[in-house]
Design a protein around this ligand. Structure first.
Ligand code: CA
Length: 231
């Protein structure tokens, strides 16, 4: 059974309320605390399915807390998303190195937040890679190699399938063509970047009969992003 209990550790009232509203509306059970000490107690009391952890807390840093949880057997596998106001990439990397499963930078939209929570919960589920990936309108079953939009099946070639699988596991984030080549084709495969465009076009064509082609977005000057938000 998936643990749908999300613990939010955040001291800023406005951000806290926004997160609480978004996560609650997405169907999760939300618990909110405002500092590190309360967070320790809350996790010891009842292990959450996921923690949304603010980087800067009044009593202890989010990094310190994440480190503590990672060192403790009972919480070593606790899924953690770091919430940070910082934009320095080395700080983000530090957060991930310490074992945060993902990070999100303020300001963020509730759609982005919820998409990340769902993605981390999926990736950290037992059975991880073979789990079913779901977005607002699409479901991808890796074990059965099937994609569906509601009742309608989507027919994809093997490369388009892997591309969609990667995108659905990492929603709302922009990837360059080079990054997609590394992630989907593999680092030892020598293909030109425009190959990505060819497969993106095929993927959109395959998604078009179920009216989902717009989930693969072109980000000018950067690359592509998967975003499946209810209108
Ligand atoms: Ca803070």
């Amino acid at each position: 059974m998936r643990n749908q209990h999300v613990l939010v550790v955040e001291d800023e009232t406005a951000v806290r309320d926004m997160i609480r509203f978004a996560v609650d509306r997405a169907g999760f059970e939300v618990e909110v605390v405002g500092n590190g000490e309360e967070a320790r107690l809350a996790v010891a009391d009842r292990r959450p399915g996921l923690v949304l952890l603010d980087w800067m807390l009044p009593d202890v840093s989010g990094l310190e807390l994440a480190r503590e949880w990672r060192r403790t057997d009972a919480t070593a596998e606790l899924p953690i998303i770091m919430v940070t106001a910082r934009t320095e990439s080395d700080d983000r990397v530090r957060g991930l190195d310490l074992g945060a499963d993902d990070y999100i930078t303020k300001p963020f939209s509730s759609a982005e937040l919820v998409a990340r929570v769902r993605a981390v919960l999926r990736r950290t589920l037992p059975g991880g890679e073979n789990a079913i990936l779901e977005s607002e309108s699409l479901a991808l079953d890796a074990a059965c190699q099937r994609v569906a939009a509601g009742e309608q099946a989507v027919n994809l070639g093997p490369t388009e399938f892997r591309l969609l699988q990667f995108f659905m596991g990492h929603p709302e984030r922009v990837y360059t063509r080079a990054q997609l080549l590394d992630q989907v084709w593999g680092q030892n495969v020598f293909v030109e970047e425009r190959t990505v465009d060819v497969h993106i076009r095929r993927l959109r064509q395959a998604l078009s009969p179920v009216a989902c082609d717009q989930v693969i977005q072109t980000v000018r000057g950067s690359g592509y992003r998967f975003s499946d938000r209810a209108a």
